[in-house]
Design a protein around this ligand. Structure first.
Ligand code: GDP
Length: 364
């Protein structure tokens, strides 16, 4: 019944925040991504799809169990479904997630090596995060390398910290205060996360080890808390026409040029009319298919890696197959068009936004 359907379609829900990981080379971005993905997969509930295209979904249910006692301490109810973490760390992927006046990334993890502090690419990352107005949390990584540190794998930082010798605790505090000074000189107030009262005014530093996993629960909890408190409006979405960004374009055998689409709002369905951006102007095309990764145990050969889905709801990463994508460019916005009369409006919008993308690429 169409009335019930339209009522359902106007319902709003809180979507998962889109998370990016940035930082200097060798700070531990890849290791951290692997760690949080691994944790979520190990604790996953049957039937939850954790793998997307270009991103991984970390259901809050899976993260809850790693947070343990920490959750009782904050007494906050977590209402976000989870996090959609972009798989590629670093500046370049982040640049392609742009949208007018900002980024489709809702929140960022800035990884800093505890003993090295802020380095050249850290400063660059801070500049782009500021420019795009993306809030971030600082993962102060590699605490296991502090001389004398005793590791407590996968435990919360605050538990592990209490079990260290006073001299070791002092060493960590020294490293942290150096990092805090560095942030101060950039005009930020910063402190260890458990000493922060107002997360809108003070940058939270979460000491952790991407290698042993200690401190990762604290990081996930800080991210969840921040997202819920300060991004709620932004995370409210309707079951309505989808909006996304092309993160990457890729040739696939038998499929031609396909796009990794990061959907940040609404829904996209097979057969939908969409407008996106290309080298020679807007591209108007229909979704031929939407592909998600096939579960490992259902793969029959290395080529047999995708499964078709009928629709995808934000936030999600999905492979888009459609005609005309050979011309498309990474970083282009994508709009689902429900009414053909809107094609012109969205084409104009795309055109304007593409100019921005090209301009940026020329400058870099
Ligand atoms: P990326 O360039 O920022 O992606 O850094 P990687 O994740 O590739 O890490 C660079 C090196 O640091 C690798 O040899 C990692 O094994 C190591 N590493 C990363 N995180 C940690 C950590 O928490 N502790 C220790 N001891 N080594 C780490």
């Amino acid at each position: 019944n169409s009335e019930a359907k339209s009522e359902q379609q106007s319902q709003t829900f809180i979507r998962s925040p889109i998370v990016v990981v940035l930082g200097h080379v060798d700070a531990g971005k890849t290791t951290l991504l692997d760690k949080i993905r691994g944790t979520a997969v190990a604790k996953r509930e049957p039937g939850t799809m954790t793998q997307h295209i270009g991103a991984s979904f970390l259901p809050w249910k899976a993260l809850e169990s790693i947070c343990g006692d920490l959750l009782n301490r904050i007494k906050a109810e977590i209402i976000i479904p989870g996090f959609l973490v972009i798989d590629t760390p670093g500046h370049e992927a982040f640049s392609n997630l742009r949208k007018r006046g900002g980024s489709i990334a809702d929140i960022a993890i800035l990884v800093v090596d505890v003993q090295r502090g802020l380095e050249q690419q850290t400063f660059e990352a801070i500049d782009i995060l500021r420019e795009r107005k993306v809030p971030f949390v600082v993962a102060v990584n590699k605490i296991d390398r502090i001389p004398g540190w005793k590791s407590f794998p996968d435990k919360p930082f605050i538990e592990s910290f209490q079990k260290q010798e006073p001299s070791v605790q002092f060493r960590l505090e020294e490293f942290l205060s150096y990092i805090i000074q560095q942030f101060n000189s950039l005009g930020f107030r910063a402190d260890r996360y458990d000493r922060v009262r107002d997360f809108t005014k003070v940058l939270a530093l979460v000491p952790l080890s991407a290698l042993t996993g200690e401190g990762v629960p604290d990081l996930m909890l800080v991210l969840a808390g921040l997202a819920q408190r300060y991004l709620k409006k932004r995370l409210e979405t309707k079951i309505s026409s989808g909006r996304g960004v092309l993160l990457e374009l890729k040739e696939e055998v038998g499929l031609g040029t396909t796009a990794t689409l990061i959907l940040y709002d609404g829904v996209i369905k097979r057969g939908d009319l969409v407008v996106t951006g290309g080298l020679n102007g807007p591209i108007v095309t229909r979704v031929r298919s939407l592909l998600m990764p096939k579960p490992l145990d259902e793969m029959r050969s290395p080529e047999d890696k995708f499964q078709e889905v009928k629709e995808v709801v934000a936030a999600a990463g999905v492979k888009l197959v459609a005609e005309g994508l050979e011309e498309a460019i990474a970083g282009a916005p994508l709009y689902v068009v429900t009414n053909e009369s809107e094609i012109e409006k969205f084409s104009k919008l795309v055109e304007e936004e593409i100019k921005g993308v090209k301009f940026e690429k020329d400058v870099v």
